[in-house]
Design a protein around this ligand. Structure first.
Ligand code: PAF
Length: 265
């Protein structure tokens, strides 16, 4: 990367936790258009998983990932070990107020601090011109925009579109946890959030639209709903009246699997 920079070539970084799917490859292709060289990182970051979450069983498919990256024309893959990223004596934390406290932040304590910590480390290791993150983790994307600005990290942050299955389920490495029956139920999450989006677009009350989506998700067979909320896309403040910039966010649990999704209003 140092040699690329010396030669005046621009660099894009796409951080991932591996288990790559078409959604990741879309980000790689976007990176390809944005910079002369593309670097992807693969690191299942222990700091962003809470106790009882799926860190141990998170799919690790490194050989297949590296092959996919090569066929997507990615020039370099960086797959550090936990020891390299968190050496003996590591004691630093990164915390983001407000944006990190709502939505997933309210249900996964410490998750965004752990995510921010590793993204800061990856950005400072690669010093890319641009870094690309998927909009499925829309809150994560907004948090990354916030802390890179706050910490004067000289990088352009770009969001990539959500890729979906033919029936609308957002692609996620965690979809592979679903049984065939759960997979049939799972599509209710994007369907219900999209219905809420349509209701708010048509001038409906955001709180009523959220409540209706929550009911539909539970009625379809999800075990619980962490949240369905309609929030401002930049500040993530709750939107209480129609006609404002908004995004519908949802997270729900099906068996041991937690799925998230969102739609722009
Ligand atoms: O979105 C992810 O896959 C992860 O949160 C990220 C950004 C790679 C940090 O570990």
């Amino acid at each position: 990367m140092t040699a690329w920079r010396r030669d005046g070539l621009s660099v894009a970084l796409v951080p991932t936790m591996g288990a790559l799917h078409e959604g990741h490859l879309t980000l790689m292709r976007l990176a390809r258009r944005e910079a002369d060289r593309v670097v992807a990182s693969i690191f299942v970051n222990p700091a962003q998983f809470g106790p009882g979450e799926d860190f141990e069983r998170y799919p690790r498919t490194e050989a297949a990932d590296v092959a996919k990256l090569a066929s997507a024309g990615v020039e370099a893959a960086f797959a550090p070990s936990p020891r390299e990223m968190y050496p003996e004596g590591f004691a630093t934390r990164v915390h983001i107020d407000r944006l990190g406290d709502v939505l997933c932040g309210a249900h996964r304590p410490g998750h965004f601090d752990g995510m921010a910590l590793i993204v800061v480390k990856l950005l400072l290791s690669a010093l890319p011109d641009v870094a690309i993150f998927g909009e499925k983790d829309y809150q994560q994307l907004q948090i990354i925009r916030r802390f890179t600005a706050d910490l004067n990290i000289p990088v352009r942050i770009l969001g990539g579109p959500i890729e979906r299955e033919a029936d609308g389920l957002a692609l996620s490495s965690r979809n592979r946890y679903l049984t065939p029956e759960q997979r049939r139920v799972a599509v209710t999450l994007p369907d219900a959030l999209r219905a809420a989006r349509d209701a708010v677009r048509a001038g409906g009350d955001p709180a009523a639209a959220s409540a209706k989506a929550r009911d539909a998700i539970l009625a379809a067979g999800f075990d619980s709903v962490d949240y369905v909320e309609i929030r401002d896309p930049a500040t993530l403040d709750l939107v209480t009246a129609p006609g404002r910039p908004a995004r519908v966010f949802g997270a729900a649990r099906l068996g041991g699997t937690r799925l998230i999704d969102n739609w722009a209003v």
